[in-house]
Design a protein around this ligand. Sequence first.
Ligand code: ADE
Length: 276
Amino acid sequence: MRLDVVTIFPEYLEPLRHALLGKAIEQGILTVGVHDLRNWATDVHKSVDDTPYGGGPGMVMKPGVWGPALDDVAAGTAAGRDLTSSLPHVDKPRHDEPADIDRQATRGGDDADLPLLIVPTPAGRPFTQADAQEWSGEDHIVFACGRYEGIDQRVVEDAANRYRVREVSIGDYVLIGGEVAVLVIAEAIVRLIPGVLGNRRSHEEDSFSDGLLEGPSYTKPRHWRGLDVPEVLFSGNHAKVDRWRRDQALLRTRAVRPELLETVELSDVDRKLLEG
Ligand code: ADE
């Protein structure tokens, strides 16, 4: 997969080089290009924003800068540096080492040959785990980071000629710009690319993948500060452990996010637990 990020703060994207994403870069599963939007600014001050038509506070990012930037990135002609991994340990195996790497992208839809353009904005549709799952099969994703009061809306309309465009929000709060949202969205997507997380079960059991929040996890020692690991986890009975985990997930979801239960398929045993 290739990710390109267009931003006025390229250094904000530095975290993409680390940990799991750095490893994916190192393994050749991922390439990441970061592009400074000011490279496409045409005036002496390299300005990228202007006052909003109709008045009001803040500044709006200019179409004359964003348009050519997105044209060049779609065409693969944008100058910019590809991030190198920060990780020096390609030869050091880890517990999450890829077991079987399947780098084939799977895509569907008529215009699937166009790259995907993700525009993070608080005015977008909520980004979900289902999006992350779907987008983990893309070949090329471009992120456009808006700042200030956003990007002139015509940029998004025009980009639809060269991209499949998705405006998404990572939550009901307002950030200063899209960069942190890109880090969130990119991490959620890349960890689902086959081969990036070694253990397939790691994400099959994620919160949200079955519509429920994940229950608690424990490791050694068995007794710690007067607190014990639940007895069932030592039973050696996998069916019993799986049932206990499901119960914990159901109870946590009911306590924290009850609305999620409305769309989850519940068995008779699940229902009995929740009624009891
Ligand atoms: N930019 C500013 N706030 C945002 C949010 N909540 N989600 C995505 N992008 C944003």
